[in-house]
Design a protein around this ligand. Structure first.
Ligand code: C2E
Length: 828
């Protein structure tokens, strides 16, 4: 006889031991019947669920009813094939507890049978939903129901058959939460009981296929319900699969939630990490939104603003910087935000109170969203204030003299190099003045270095007063200074003159007495000049030349200016002498006026032009061509011009007293410098009044070239004088650029055809054409025309034929003393 040891755990109505310790309940009764038919003797072993499983695996019992199939169990247990019972899990609670879905399990305590499939299922479920339910393990379902009844647990999980059967006793009700449809089997330990299982399958198969069989009677007896098996198998499987799918979907969703939570956690942690890094760097890092409000600011930015981060966020730069700074910052910001440019710029930021200034190198870049639109800008700024100060210091040390603050030799050489390069390209003329203080060593030796430094400082200050901003004043060391002049005239003679003027000013400035801490001290300087030469020349050459010239100045007795170029020096010296003589002659009355007659078509005397002559004590008569330009450039033309005007007016008065001469007019040349002098009109009128000369006999000659400057002023002066009867003629006409329109506006009386056209009149048809044009122009504008420089009868005849009515030139008379006019007149 075959004894089968059966594990029985209390799970009424499915399984229990009856009063005789025999298997009972649905599965107990079915097994009893199978045993009877198979001739087995059942030995019931009472155990709790978990214990039963252990006994089965250990081979201490042969068979355990009511085991749900799952993959894990199939590893250690064998199952027959036809399910003995279908079941699902359900939750039971006290009435009034609101439990509608799995999500309502959050925060609940759930009693669950230790080691049951529900236990692992629920654990996973709570976990994957992130629910905080607490699983309370119980060793029997009864215990679970009791815990809920007394309130020590909120819900209990049981298979639906057990639950529905027992719940009323514990005053519990079934909740709508069901899960885990399951198929229940009799299980054996692995590999030993195939016969047992086959026999069970056989009987179950028979019964289940036969309505009203013992199987269904048993079910009815224990539960009183309709047989579940009327639901087709497939539906059960579909339900099971659906619930599995649901589980998978839920798990998926929950997995996502978990991943999101994980990602969020990671993001938060990396944000913290990033913040730590951004706060520990020495750069200023910030993010501004399109309204230029700070969205982010790292520690350095907050420190700079002296505000906690919360005070910085949401504010604009106007809160932290002065208006100008904020405006400049925003200019860069807008380039980033509206043009999408990456901007790299140096920014100078002044604090709100204007006290602090910082220099930054800022890199600003646009931040774009996934669609590529700019939603903010990120700025990274580095404070370079200190760096700049150091650079300035280094620059100052490297290129400037520490005592005077003037450029040193190095900077001078740099600039000289550049100036020479420009000169080579024909862009400018320049000159170098090498200045050495005379006897400086003596001062140093006798009064000490401190006094020496004082003198150098004062000398430097005086020199800098006399150089223009585009020039360079440098100290080479010791008592040597250099002035480099740039942008001078391209005409070498004029350059020499310009440099001479500056050089002389410097010599004079340095020769004035110095006050050295109460000591009056006289010091002079010697200056050597080298102009930038036309050919190849390097920096050293030109310095050497200026240095050599400086030694010549020393050799000439110090306190002097010398040019390196001997011709230039000769020229300059001669001119200096001439200027000196001119000055003295003016005081001594060494000037005379000569007169050149102007005649009409019939040779009748109409008037004369006064031409000044210098009676030089040694050189005899000097022509105006030689000294008028010098007089103009030195300003001596003003006193000289006054003298000429005076003498001419006196001559007019003299003629006025002689009936045959009283009709003569007298022309005098007026230089531009004279005419443009503010007192000119008053002076002319004063001299006319003083001498009593007839203004309408006085004719002032202007040249075309002097009409260039301040035309309105010129016209106004001419009109004022014209109102008194004074007449005007335009000298050297045809050589300048006066436009006809302009000519029309001038209150002129006469044009004078320049000598050069008259000279070539007979040989060059073009000159003849010009003369004809001038004559026609004169007649159209109602102006008299005088031909100058008429030397031959042929010229005169030709001019006459062309319509010229007034002549002047050697053909009639050379300029001479007033007497020649008298004589000329009596001849006529
Ligand atoms: N070859 C040649 N030359 C002739 C002939 N007829 C006259 N000349 C010269 O031509 C010059 C005419 O004077 P300009 O054109 O006003 O040119 C004048 C004028 O610009 C200036 N100048 C002369 N006197 C004065 C003056 O009192 N004041 C001012 N500001 N400038 C004066 O000096 C310039 C030269 O004066 P000068 O040497 O006296 O030279 C005079 C005169 O001697 C001729 O047939 N052939």
């Amino acid at each position: 006889e075959h004894e089968v040891r059966v594990g029985i755990y209390p799970n009424e109505p499915k399984l229990l031991l009856d009063q005789n310790s025999r298997p009972s309940g649905i599965l107990g009764d079915l097994l009893d019947e199978i045993a009877r038919r198979e001739g087995w003797t059942l030995a019931a072993v009472s155990c709790q669920w978990q214990q039963c499983l252990e006994l089965l695996q250990a081979g201490e019992i042969d068979l355990l009813p009511d085991v749900a199939y799952n993959e894990a169990r199939a590893q250690t247990l064998d199952f027959h094939k036809v399910p003995s019972l279908y079941s699902w899990s359900q939750l039971y609670s006290q009435p009034g507890v609101r439990l509608e879905s799995m999500l309502d399990l959050d925060g609940r305590s759930i009693a669950v049978l230790e080691g049951s499939v529900q236990q692992s299922y629920l654990r996973d479920l709570l976990d994957s939903f992130g629910l905080k339910g607490q699983l309370v393990s119980v060793s029997s379902l009864m215990q679970g129901f009791e815990l809920v009844q007394v309130g020590q647990a909120d819900v209990v999980v049981a298979n639906q058959r057990f639950g529905d059967f027992h719940a009323p006793r514990f005053d519990l009700i079934a909740t709508p939460i069901m899960f885990q449809p399951a198929q229940l089997f009799y299980a054996t330990s692995k590999g030993h009981n195939a016969e047992l299982l086959n026999a069970i399958d056989r009987h179950l198969q028979d019964w289940q296929n036969t309505p009203g069989s013992l199987y269904y009677q048993t079910l009815q007896r224990w539960g009183g319900e309709q047989p579940r098996l009327l639901i087709p198998q497939g539906v059960w499987w579909a339900l099971g699969s659906l619930s599995l799918l649901l589980l998978m979907a839920v798990s998926g969703a929950v997995l996502l939630r978990r991943q999101v939570a994980e990602k969020t956690r990671k993001l938060q942690s990396s944000e913290r990490r990033l913040n730590t890094i951004l706060d520990s760097v020495e750069a200023y890092i910030y993010i501004k939104d399109p309204d230029l409000r700070y969205q982010y600011a790292n520690r350095k930015v907050c420190e700079l603003f002296g505000q906690p981060r919360e005070q910085v966020i949401g504010k604009t730069d106007e809160y932290f910087f002065d208006i100008d700074t904020a405006a400049k910052l925003h200019e860069n910001d807008r380039r980033v935000l509206s043009l999408g440019e990456r901007v790299e710029a140096e920014e100078i930021n002044r604090s709100l109170d204007g006290d602090e200034e910082h220099a930054f190198i800022s890199i600003k870049l646009p931040l774009r969203n996934a669609q590529g639109q700019i939603y903010a800008l990120c700025g990274i700024s580095t404070d370079i204030t200190e760096h700049k100060r150091n650079l300035e210091k280094i620059n100052q040390l490297a290129f400037y003299d520490p005592l005077t603050g003037l450029p040193n030799r190095r900077l001078l050489l740099d600039r000289l190099q550049l100036a020479l390069a420009k000169h080579d390209r024909g862009l400018q003329q320049g000159a170098l003045l090498f200045i050495d203080l005379d006897n400086f060593k003596d001062l140093n030796d006798t009064l000490g270095h401190d006094m020496g430094d004082q003198l150098l400082l004062q000398a430097a200050a005086r020199l800098s007063q006399h150089v223009r901003s585009q020039d360079t004043l440098a100290r080479l060391g010791g008592d040597e200074f250099v002035v480099m002049l740039e942008g001078l005239s391209s005409d070498p003679m004029r350059t020499a003159r310009q440099v001479e003027v500056v050089g002389n000013k410097l010599v004079q400035a340095l020769a004035a007495p110095y006050d050295l801490k109460g000591h009056s001290h006289i010091s002079t300087a010697s200056i050597g000049v080298a102009l930038f030469p036309d050919g190849e020349c390097n920096v050293d050459d030109i310095l050497k030349r200026a240095d050599l010239a400086m030694y010549q100045a020393k050799a000439a007795g110090r306190n002097a200016l010398r040019f390196f170029d001997p011709n230039m020096q000769a020229e300059v010296s001669a001119r200096a002498r001439l200027e000196n003589d001119l000055r003295q002659s003016l005081g001594a009355g060494h000037f005379v006026l000569h007169y050149q007659p102007q005649v009409g078509a019939h040779g009748q005397l109409l008037g004369a032009e006064a031409l000044v002559r210098w009676q030089h004590p040694e050189r005899g008569l000097v022509s105006p061509g030689e000294f008028i330009p010098l007089a103009e450039s030195t300003g001596l033309i003003l006193p000289l011009g006054r003298w000429i005007l005076q003498a001419a007016c006196e001559q007019l008065v003299a003629w006025g007293g002689q009936p045959q001469m009283s009709h003569l007019s007298l022309a005098i040349n007026v230089s531009a410098r004279q005419f443009h002098h503010p007192d000119f009109v008053d002076e002319v009128l004063a001299i006319l009044a003083e001498t009593g000369a007839n203004p309408s006999r006085l004719e002032l000659e202007l040249t075309e070239s002097q009409l260039v400057e301040d035309v309105e002023g010129l016209i106004s002066k001419m009109l004022q004088l014209k109102a008194h009867g004074v007449r005007f003629s335009l000298d050297d006409f045809g050589t300048g650029y006066s436009s006809l329109n302009f000519l029309k506006r001038l209150p002129l009386n006469q044009l004078k055809i320049d000598q050069c056209f008259v000279r070539e009149l007979l040989d060059h048809p073009s000159d003849a054409a010009i003369v004809r044009t001038i004559l026609a122009l004169g007649s159209n504008l109602g102006l008299a025309v005088t031909a100058e420089g008429v030397e031959t009868q042929e010229q005169r005849d030709a001019l006459l034929r062309m319509g010229c009515q007034k002549f002047q030139g050697y053909l009639f008379a050379q300029p001479g003393p007033a007497e020649i006019l008298q004589h000329w007149h009596s001849m006529a």
